[in-house]
Design a protein around this ligand. Structure first.
Ligand code: 5GP
Length: 114
């Protein structure tokens, strides 16, 4: 049974600024934002990382992307753009081992990846 910080946020055991929630996922503001807009799109199903995704989870990924599109429209990032990032395991920079996608926006983001 996973009990990451994101599970505790979903269970309302610790506070977070919740941007959106539905049956599939929750979106919270990152506690340490790297851009003017920095949200974490987190599926409710316990999935450790990208490496644990299965084909039956395809709808979860689509919902994560759809929510990113909706947030971009809501906050006016749809035409200027934004960045979606998923870190995978230690070398990928993942620090919370529940699948999540970062959505960064609100400024011109740098071109570097590593
Ligand atoms: P990762 O490095 O795993 O891709 O991203 C984890 C993210 O979770 C980091 O950007 C970090 O700032 C964020 N984070 C860690 N703990 C908390 C918390 O308690 N609340 C919120 N809102 N974000 C957190």
């Amino acid at each position: 049974m996973s009990n990451t910080i994101f599970h505790k946020i979903m269970a309302r055991e610790i506070p977070a600024t919740i941007e959106l929630e539905n049956d599939v996922l929750i979106v919270i503001r990152d506690i340490n934002p790297q851009a003017p807009f920095h949200c974490l799109i987190i599926p409710k199903k316990t999935i450790r990382s990208i490496q644990e995704l299965q084909s039956e989870d395809a709808h979860i990924l689509m919902e994560m992307m759809s929510v990113a599109q909706a947030l971009a429209l809501k906050y006016g990032f749809d035409s200027q753009g934004y960045r979606l990032v998923m870190n995978c395991e230690e070398w990928g920079g993942q620090t919370v081992f529940q699948l999540h996608m970062h959505m960064l926006a609100g400024k011109q983001l740098s071109g570097g990846f590593a």
